[in-house]
Design a protein around this ligand. Structure first.
Ligand code: SF4
Length: 92
């Protein structure tokens, strides 16, 4: 019962935040060299994981540590993606 209530609240929250304002971000760990440039540019969204490669911070993580959903107005994600020397960050 309590779980259902939580799910309902969570879903409503997702809908209200997701009015076209969320973007999917993905890190290709096969390309990432762990240079940490993205973590410097956009530490709110990117961090170095235990494998020494970039990961999505827990706050924005979705399926796994290399994928996330972030508010579209966090502009540093674009800067990080453009600056990544390996082209390992994609946003859609
Ligand atoms: S800038 Fe690119 S290569 Fe460097 S840590 Fe971030 S994702 Fe990896």
């Amino acid at each position: 019962m309590t779980g259902e209530r939580n799910d309902t609240v969570k879903n409503e929250k997702c809908i209200s935040v997701g009015d076209g304002a969320m973007a999917k971000v993905k890190i290709d760990k096969n390309l990432c060299t762990g240079c940490a440039l993205c973590t410097t540019i956009c530490g709110e969204v990117f961090e170095l994981g235990a494998d020494g490669k970039a990961s999505i911070t827990e706050r924005y993580r979705s399926d796994d540590e290399s994928t996330g959903e972030v508010p579209d107005d966090i502009e540093c994600v674009d800067s990080a993606a453009e600056s990544c020397p390996m082209g390992a960050i994609s946003k859609e």
